[in-house]
Design a protein. Structure first.
Length: 187
């Protein structure tokens, strides 16, 4: 009898391989001034479930059911790709989008943890994160892996300190099933 891989097992393995390719796409995405402050982590198994548990805690504390809804998506996913920004510094363009006239003023100001993330943030670093997220989900889409960008996952991952240097984290849950679990969800 020829060796074989059961379909569901192959799908799970493929989703984890896709996650690795998503991280590569995020890494190679263009960054402002060529400075890469994007950090990444792939979580699955008990780490993934810890995110879902933290999201359910946040849902109860804040009385926000969308955290609970998204926690179910995390539980039902094969893995989660986390992308974040390392540190909280400017790129030196003096654009003023952060509220400061000069980047040096922004860099000197005390950064504070808000409800979910640390701020203020440099708009160009946030754009870099957005481009990295777009590159990652593009790869997932090309590989037919269901995905959705979710800030609430990042909130839980921040509270769990999953990316130590990150000041902002966004999560991308991924799965392979007959119908995407991330859309047509109850509000």
């Amino acid at each position: 009898m020829a060796p074989s891989i059961e379909g569901r097992k192959a799908e799970r393995q493929a989703v984890l391989e896709a996650a690795k390719l998503m991280v590569v796409a995020a890494r190679t995405a263009p960054k402002t001034a060529g400075v890469d402050d994007v950090v990444s982590l792939i979580v699955y198994g008990s780490e993934k479930n810890a995110i879902a548990e933290k999201m359910e805690e946040i849902a109860a504390d804040r009385k926000l059911e969308n955290f609970r809804r998204d926690a179910k998506n995390v539980r039902d996913s094969e893995a989660v790709v986390l992308l974040g920004l390392r540190q909280n510094k400017s790129v030196g363009l003096n654009c003023g989008a952060c509220g400061f006239k000069k980047c040096s003023d922004f860099d000197k100001t005390e950064k504070k943890l808000g409800k979910d993330f640390e701020g203020p943030q440099c708009v160009f670093k946030c754009l870099d994160l957005g481009i990295a997220l777009g590159s990652a989900v593009k790869i997932a889409s090309l590989l037919n892996v269901d995905n959705r960008i979710m800030y609430r996952i990042g909130t839980a991952a921040m509270k769990l300190k999953m990316l130590q240097d990150a000041t902002v984290i966004i999560g991308i849950p991924i799965s392979a099933s007959g119908k995407s679990i991330y859309f047509d969800r109850a509000r």
